[in-house]
Design a protein around this ligand. Structure first.
Ligand SMILES: Cc1cc2nc3c(=O)[nH]c(=O)nc-3n(C[C@H](O)[C@H](O)[C@H](O)COP(=O)(O)O)c2cc1C
Length: 191
């Protein structure tokens, strides 16, 4: 089985989403023998913004192939300015390609990348799962929309939120995310 591991936080060693995505990958390695793992750091090596000549060609085509080949994709996704980092959005811009990951048929859009599991390590400074800030959550919502559009329905979010609300809350949130990572069920190989 092939695993693609992405990180997109600019916060290096102190990043919550990087710590959680690493814990998820460690769990998957422990539960899947011989897992072939690829890593891409979208903050250290950002992908170019979309251009018409560069659309679905060159590096973008390689990025798309890497995604299509993966059985499991683990994405480290911090919330920046209420959504995902632009580096991660740029990756999705190279992944949502008509004819490759979706197509328009008689019944409207149809996702073509369904046979995958995607696990997102999402970290948020504030609390958005409930309360007054919930309508301002555009990271998880946007990720779910894009993944759903390309047919990926097996999506699991491992969330650490409230990490900017004090040291104790940060630690509790990250520990809860580590515990969640440790419970992730093995992924069945695609037929
Ligand atoms: C540039 C930047 C923008 C941020 N914007 C938000 C925000 O809109 N809402 C929020 O709750 N937290 C925000 N935060 C806090 C991050 O979500 C929090 O630090 C989280 O841990 C980021 O993940 P990371 O540690 O993996 O980088 C922001 C942090 C940075 C560095």
């Amino acid at each position: 089985m092939k695993l693609l591991h992405l990180d997109s936080s600019i916060q290096g060693e102190t990043s919550a989403s990087r710590a959680v995505s690493a814990a998820i990958v460690a769990r998957l390695r422990a539960t899947h023998e011989g897992l072939d793992t690829r890593y891409r750091d979208l903050a250290a090596d950002p992908l170019p913004h979309l251009t018409l000549p560069g659309y679905a060609t060159g590096e973008a085509a390689a990025v798309l192939d890497e995604f299509l080949e993966a059985d499991i994709v683990v994405i480290g996704a911090p919330m920046y300015n209420f959504g995902m980092p632009s580096q991660l959005k740029a990756w999705f811009d190279h992944i949502l390609v008509a004819g490759k990951t979706f197509r328009y048929g008689a019944n409207g859009p149809e996702g073509l990348a369904g046979a995958k599991k995607v696990i997102v390590a999402l970290s948020r400074g504030g609390v958005y799962s409930q309360g007054p800030a919930a309508p301002m959550e555009h990271a998880e919502a946007h990720l779910r929309t894009m993944l759903g559009f390309i047919g990926v329905s097996d999506v699991e979010f491992v969330v650490a939120e409230g990490v900017a609300l004090g040291a104790e809350q940060r630690e509790t949130a990250i520990e809860a995310a580590f515990a969640h990572a440790g419970r992730i069920a093995p992924v069945a190989a695609a037929a």
